[in-house]
Design a protein around this ligand. Structure first.
Ligand SMILES: [Fe+2]
Length: 388
């Protein structure tokens, strides 16, 4: 067995746990930068959180100019505000964009340089966040990215139309406060797309050719929960049991992906998503079923396990049929949640394919190399064309 490590944040999970935010935040100082998703900012929840923080003597600098796939330059501006207001912690409330934004602010507010300089890229040596990086409390309001449990944060650089990731233990949230009730108002389409992101994280963490036993163990449980509860959650957003289990699946999938690099679906989705501004979940959903169909024969044992986790009835099939069944089940799941996403829906054109293939090969080579089916540039172009 190869060496591996486990890296899990303190997770406080449960409906109603949000009420403890004030007390938790007060342990990190009395001035917090509150990064809130704009949709949440216009709801009662944000006011409720501020009142709760206030009662715990935590004053907040509230900030909600956060776009999907956060802009690295907006992070620099917000970090300046954080510094001016002498905030000692960051509370990030929202989906993956708000949480990643908060992680970026935590780095730039307390370290020299810009957000982009901390991202991991081949065209520069990334700066390393130091020990003064502000502690982050992550409060997810979607069952999706699992960012509350990872040491990653993804940013878009609009000047070069690319995405890159800060990777550092210093941005692992000090506390992941996962209250499933916060996901209850998530709209149907977003519930479907974020749910597919949960599946993609766990699936990719599981099939990664270097996945550790810990990553596989956590990932397979998340896949099992998605198979059992995603359709229910999309069909009835008030289904408490389904919402709670999807919130848990999302955090588990985040833990899994933090231990096992994402593979081809995230590599191709993010390369396209930075270029044409596809929302993250949609960019992955656009290529996930096709990639599974193309890949199951490269590692039948893993894909067979995947099928059995999604649908226990698949357990009785012979190994190769079970592996093939994983692709059928994924396509069926997409039909059941009424999800049809293609890259062309977001403006991707045939003539963009060589460029985004190049971006994928240079910016996401690790994820591509860890996928069980090895593909070259021509193979990647073919996937983009099939999913256009
Ligand atoms: Fe993702």
């Amino acid at each position: 067995m190869n060496e591996f490590q486990c890296r899990v944040p303190k997770v406080l999970f449960g409906s109603g746990r949000i009420e403890s935010l004030g007390v938790l935040a007060s342990e990190l100082g009395h001035k917090a930068f509150l990064a809130v998703d704009p949709y949440i900012d216009s709801s009662d929840l944000a006011d409720r959180l501020v009142r709760g923080l206030d009662r715990a003597s935590v004053t907040t600098t509230r900030y909600s100019k956060i776009e999907p796939d956060p802009d690295c330059f907006a992070v620099d501006e917000a970090a300046e505000i954080t510094r001016k207001n002498a905030c000692t912690s960051v509370i990030a409330v929202g989906g993956g964009s708000a949480i990643d934004f908060g992680k970026g602010v935590a780095v730039v507010a307390a370290n020299p340089g810009t957000c982009w300089q901390y991202t991991r890229r081949t065209d520069h040596t990334p700066k390393i966040p130091g020990p003064d990086t502000l502690p982050v409390i992550a409060v997810p309001t979607t069952a999706g990215t699992g960012s509350e449990a990872t040491h990653f944060a993804v940013f878009t650089n609009p000047k070069i139309r690319e995405k890159s990731t800060i990777v550092s233990d210093r941005i692992m949230p000090r506390i992941a406060l996962v209250d499933p009730e916060l996901t209850f108002s998530c709209p149907r389409q977003l519930t479907a797309l974020t749910g597919v992101d949960v599946l993609a994280h766990s699936l990719e963490a599981f099939i990664n050719i270097k996945a550790s036993p810990f990553a596989k163990m956590v990932a397979i449980e998340a896949i099992h929960l998605v198979g059992r509860y995603l359709v229910r959650t999309v069909k009835d957003g008030e289904d408490r049991e389904a919402r709670e289990n999807m919130a848990w699946a999302s955090t588990l999938a985040g833990i899994a992906i933090a231990h096992s690099n994402p593979t081809l679906p995230h590599a191709l989705g993010q390369a396209a998503g930075g270029f044409i501004h596809v929302p993250h979940g949609a960019s992955v959903a656009a290529c996930l079923p096709h990639i599974v169909r193309l890949s199951y024969d490269a590692d039948p044992a893993s894909f067979a396990e995947l099928a059995a986790a999604l649908d226990p009835a698949a357990r009785d099939l012979p190994l190769n049929q079970r592996a093939e069944r994983s692709a059928d089940l994924l396509e069926q799941l997409f039909r059941d949640i009424d999800l049809k996403v293609r890259f062309s829906d977001f403006g991707l054109k045939e003539e963009h394919i060589p460029r985004i293939t190049q971006i994928a090969l240079t910016g996401y080579s690790t994820g591509i190399s860890l996928h069980p089916k090895q593909l070259d540039g021509a193979g990647i172009e073919e996937i983009y064309r099939a999913c256009l």
